[in-house]
Design a protein around this ligand. Sequence first.
Ligand code: DMJ
Length: 672
Amino acid sequence: MYSGAAAAGSPRRDFISVTLGPEEAAGVGGYNNSKAWRRRSCWRKWKQLSRLQRSVILFLFAFLAVCGVISYTSMGETWKSITNKSLDDQRTEQEIPRLKLANPAVLPAPQKADAKHGDYPELSLQKPPKPPHVRRGPSNLQIKAPRRDTRLKTRHDTMRAVEELVEADKVEKTEKSIISWRGAVIEPDQSTEPSSSKITELEKPSPVEPEDQKEPVPINERQLAVIEAFRHAWKGYKDFAWGHDELKPLSKSYSEWFGLGLTLIDALDTMWILGLKEEFEEARKWVANDLVFDKNVDVNLFESTIRILGGLLSTYHLSGDSLFLEKAKDIGNRLMPAFKTPSKIPYSDVNIGRGTAHPPRWTSDSTVAEVTSIQLEFRELSRLTGDEKFQKAVDEVMKHVHILSGKNDGLVPMFINTNSGQFTHLGVYTLGARADSYYEYLLKQWIQGGKKENELLEDYMRAIEGVKKHLLQRSEPKKLTFVGELAHGHFSAKMDHLVCFLPGTLALGAHNGLAADHMKLAETLIETCYQMYAQVETGLSPEIVHFNLHAQKGHKDVEIKPADRHNLLRPETVESLFYMYRFTGDKKYQDWGWEILQNFNRYTRVPTGGYTSINNVQNPSNPEPRDKMESFFLGETLKYMFLLFSDDIDLINLDKYVFNTEAHPLPIWVPA
Ligand code: DMJ
């Protein structure tokens, strides 16, 4: 009966009394016996309790069970979110190094070439806000799309995503600007209908499509780095060159070409696509209040068409703002005197104030690429205005060139005479300067018009066969396929960076059902264009390279002559990378573009704002800044970068839009 315990030496003695059953008292019985005994004993005790006591105990048990279930469920949620959070944290940490590019100051202290594939150790790490998940705004604040443009949702989504990038202390300001932004640009009713019934004779607008219901794709970190680069470039332009043609970022001034705010107009649709609404709104105000075409100034027909007319038209399509269409009509009309020539092949220059046009002072020739790369824009202007004169003028040029002699298996010479309408300087064939976009626009007009204009397709297909037959060669030691030039029967292993538009164009053709071997060629050529960057000390391509046709010890594929080693921030390779990624999904194209962006940041970025062309891509310790930021850096290069890094095929869907040669998207009249 007794069991006692007393702590030895303790002044206090504690006792526990326990009632033992007969088995225990006898010191017998195993585990099973004792369990059975405990069960019986408990049951006996339970029976001895009053009914009230039993009810209270049962109630307590039930209460505890309910509490247990509730807390188990909420613990599960908490645990799940903790687990997810730690996965997110790991992901973010892995991605942070890429963001070191956020603010690299490049000039005047460029980095060593051997560091070019790494990060910038001396730069402070700027962790950007987490890429926001895009959400829909209230419907009464949504901009209505022009009736023929169904892609505004995507642009809105991008816009909203970028809205979330602004710091918390700017929230109130941002919200105010959302209202004025949206209020300012929307005049859909005035802007979407052609002004004349003549449109019936032209291509019909695409039918209205139902709103895309797909989930928007959030902006990723590489795209954020492009936005940051754009903002940096824009800061320079705004601070030192506002309303002028080009920024001179080192001298903190500007240069004029036409005196028409070229950079600002070229950049409008890029801002729209990147979602930079404050910048866009400010630029829009300048267009509304200060852009005047009634000026006694000579402009180049081609350059002002692709940059100004093209930029205004695409911005009109993206924003739905009739201001841009009005301005497009104005400049389009002012450019028309260029076509008043004996041959109808337009002059290179037009005085947009006086309404007169003329060829350059030293010749009556025009450049072939120039007179055959204004068609997308003028045709679209006819479609929008209902005035067929624009389309008629440019179609006539194409029809004329289609039947012209002097081609070599579809390859065209570089010059055409405005009096005789004949090619001049026969015998020189290139896909580079002065001929490049002729080939590009054959395909793109065919796509723009709904793939019905067979002569355009014929000329394009024949030309690509001509390229294969006369201009393709392979270099040593890497056996890179490149596009050289032919001069009076002699092959030259010279390739302009400009030729790097070709892989993208070939891929676009293949995507539209043309020969599959065009895609194969595109794949080999884009590798070559990438090597034109990768084999150079700064990781940036020169303007022109010469390929080695024979293996020589210690020589790479790419040779650069001193006169050719400048880089003007050109877009062609990034443009082709964008097409290649869109059509193949191969991430290496994004990675190559990312390398190029980093090298632009290393060697061309000016700390006080803007990017500059450089004179020497072979000298990483002094790339010799030229003090000029070309408008196409904002109009094309950064736009294509942003699109290249996007996984959203609806962000300028290539079955609905065709880019002009200055990267301004125009609608395909009959989308696939
Ligand atoms: C741009 O104006 C256009 O892309 C044109 O087709 C070629 N030159 C520049 C960019 O390099």
